[in-house]
Design a protein. Structure first.
Length: 156
């Protein structure tokens, strides 16, 4: 499945994150062992990715989302318009997800006073959903953020 839209339109309304994640989750979860549970988990995880793109992107270009399944794994690819600074943010955020103290840092950031870190959603995906995240350049002014989720494995 794939959808493309202008990032300016997507980022004009926070509710689009929830609407897209709920719609896609119902489609993705229809033939899973526990379709309701799977749809809820997928919607929540996908929403975190969408909210990150909603908050952290460059204006004036296309936002592309591709989703497909291979066995128990769902792969989400987001192509997000980014300038050099935003690309560096995403690269640094994804690089830190492999650190051994990630769960401790995530919980500390989650329960700290003040505003949440911009990368909190990516940390949540790695810690709570065991998502495997990666990043690659997608042309001169965009990045491709990839999340691989095996949510049925998380439940067992």
């Amino acid at each position: 499945m794939q959808f493309d839209m202008q990032i300016d339109g997507f980022s004009s309304n926070w509710a689009y994150c929830d609407r897209l994640s709920s719609f896609v989750a119902r489609m993705i979860g229809h033939n899973r062992t526990d379709s309701l549970l799977y749809s809820n988990l997928f919607s929540s995880a996908f929403n975190e990715l969408l909210e990150t793109a909603f908050r952290i992107h460059a204006p004036g270009s296309d936002f592309v989302c591709r989703i497909w399944r291979k066995g128990p794994t769902d792969r989400i690819e987001l192509t997000i318009p980014c300038d050099t600074e935003l690309s560096a943010f995403y690269k640094d955020a994804v690089d830190t997800l492999g650190e051994s103290n990630l769960a401790e840092r995530y919980h500390s950031a989650l329960f700290s006073d003040g505003p949440l870190q911009p990368s909190i959603g990516l940390m949540e995906l790695a810690v709570d959903y065991k998502a495997r995240l990666s990043i690659a350049a997608a042309g001169d002014r965009a990045i491709q953020l990839v999340a691989e989720l095996s949510l049925e494995d998380v439940n067992q």
